[in-house]
Design a protein around this ligand. Structure first.
Ligand SMILES: *Cc1c(COP(=O)(O)O)cnc(C)c1O
Length: 453
């Protein structure tokens, strides 16, 4: 069987195999890669997942994408290595569940993709003896997950940019205490500045001799692993073939695209709820059909979701038959009717986020954090708009409350315990560089880092 190819959402660059899509991060024409077609899983195959551990479900889903590109035994070994933590599905109330994706080494769902991506990078580079510099802009959690996952992967250097004033102390420490092949750079600016600097580096002719790649959710390697947990949850919580509702706290829409991928692959989904903070460009678009990015992005308590122009919307629009370029300009309109049928989106401001966090704790004695609770409140908004009936629903919990002790304590009155997996790293000394949102300075920094090796 021939390997799956990946096309660019901008339609100018030729399609490439998984390895090339992975190592490039972004297509030459600045589009994002999407599978040319979605491999299918039958309802029987999905039903079998109910009895399997997470790493085995991951293997069976991912191999649909990796066939012909990664040998099965290598993939199985990667899944075993990556997924040595649990994926709890807690009952909130009858038929409504919390999927906790916060048990990985940096206590956010970003670990699910970063862990396996690092292994795949390692394998691909080992095959051709190459060297890669991974550039990552982070609003908090990606940087930590990527730093931990790629730490000590041979032939990979990682450079993480983060907005100094926008990340929590624990988020920062989870990145800046990882060293060796990982460098962190604090930018005196916003997440948008970090993202713009990274994007510019990718197309900078002066950096062409450095092989740059990305571990942000522009990389297709981020999205494939993020489809797995939707299958995992459905196999355990729904009857075979029964559609579910998933509510997903969204920033760059990579997590939500994982769910879209799962549905395209055959998972029955009644509704995807894309719950956002004050950065509401998507719910507005869904309502009006006119896309206007938010610039600069708005600060909020769910800081990992402070994204004014979610890059994955280009993929979403493409799945629905349209075309959006990297600036957010729509060249061909997607099927908005179908999009509205499949997806509900709502914006939850900080005040509602805090109130909801407190109410949720008081009502269920389950502690959420500022991101997961946006998904919960988004779910309530959807229920008010459309009777749920007996459809099972999953709220996606994307981070551990201990990552945001300041916010959580302000609202519920006490600070959550730090998970054991996080404590060791937090005690190491921090080390990071610092610069303004100045591209020329960043270019010199990259050139120097490259020359030093
Ligand atoms: C990154 C992140 C999100 C948003 O995920 P996207 O894929 O960017 O939409 C939500 N919650 C937490 C805790 C995150 O770290």
């Amino acid at each position: 069987m021939s390997a799956l190819l990946f096309r660019s959402t901008n339609g100018q660059s030729p399609s490439v195999n998984l390895r090339a899509a992975f190592l490039a991060g972004q297509a030459q024409d600045r589009g994002l890669y999407l599978p040319e077609h979605f491999p299918q899983l039958t309802l029987d195959e999905i039903a079998e997942f109910a009895e399997l551990p997470y790493r085995e479900v991951a293997f069976r889903v991912l191999r649909k994408f990796t066939e012909g590109a990664i040998p099965d035994d290598a993939l199985a070994a990667m899944c075993n290595q990556a997924y040595d933590f649990g994926v709890p599905l807690e009952v909130i109330e009858r038929g409504v569940y919390l999927m906790r994706l916060d048990q990985g080494p940096t206590a956010s769902f970003k670990d699910f993709a970063a862990q396996i991506m690092a292994q795949m990078f390692g394998l691909f580079l080992q095959e051709d003896g190459g060297q890669v510099t991974i550039l990552t802009a982070t609003s908090g959690d990606t940087g930590a997950a990527v730093a931990h996952a790629f730490h000590e992967i041979p032939s990979v250097r990682v450079i993480v940019l983060f907005p100094l004033a926008e990340v929590s102390e624990r988020q920062r420490k989870l990145m800046t205490t990882v060293k060796e092949n990982v460098r962190t750079v604090a930018i005196d600016g916003k997440f948008d500045d970090c993202q713009a600097m990274v994007k510019r580096a990718f197309t900078d002719p002066a950096l062409q001799h450095i092989h740059l790649s990305s571990a942000n959710s522009i990389n297709i390697g981020r999205l494939l692993p993020q489809s797995v947990y939707y299958f995992y949850a459905a196999s355990r919580l729904a009857q075979p073939g029964e559609p579910m509702v998933f509510s997903i706290p969204s920033g760059n829409f990579g997590d939500m695209m994982g769910c879209v991928f799962a549905r395209e692959m055959g998972l029955p989904v009644r509704k995807i709820i894309a719950a956002v903070n004050a950065n509401d460009s998507f719910p507005r678009y869904l309502e009006s059909g006119v896309y206007e990015k938010i610039s600069p992005s708005r600060n909020s308590v769910s800081n990992a979701m402070n994204v004014g122009h979610p890059s994955n919307l280009a993929r979403l629009v493409a799945v629905y038959g349209g075309q959006m370029d990297e600036t957010g300009k729509i060249h061909r309109s997607p099927d908005l009717t179908a999009m509205r049928r499949d997806i509900f989106s709502t914006s939850i401001n900080d005040e509602r986020t805090r109130t909801s966090l407190r109410d949720f704790w008081n009502k269920y004695q389950i502690l959420l954090e500022p991101h997961g609770v946006v998904a919960w409140q988004g779910f309530l908004d959807w229920c008010a708009a459309e009777p749920i009936g007996s459809t099972p629903a999953v709220i996606v919990g994307t981070a551990n409350p201990a990552k945001f002790p300041e916010e959580v304590e302000k609202v519920v009155g006490w600070a959550p315990d730090v998970p054991a997996a996080m404590t060791a790293g937090l005690q190491q000394p921090e080390d990071f560089d610092r610069m303004g949102p100045d591209y020329d300075q960043f270019r010199s920094y990259l050139l120097k880092a490259h020359a030093s090796n």
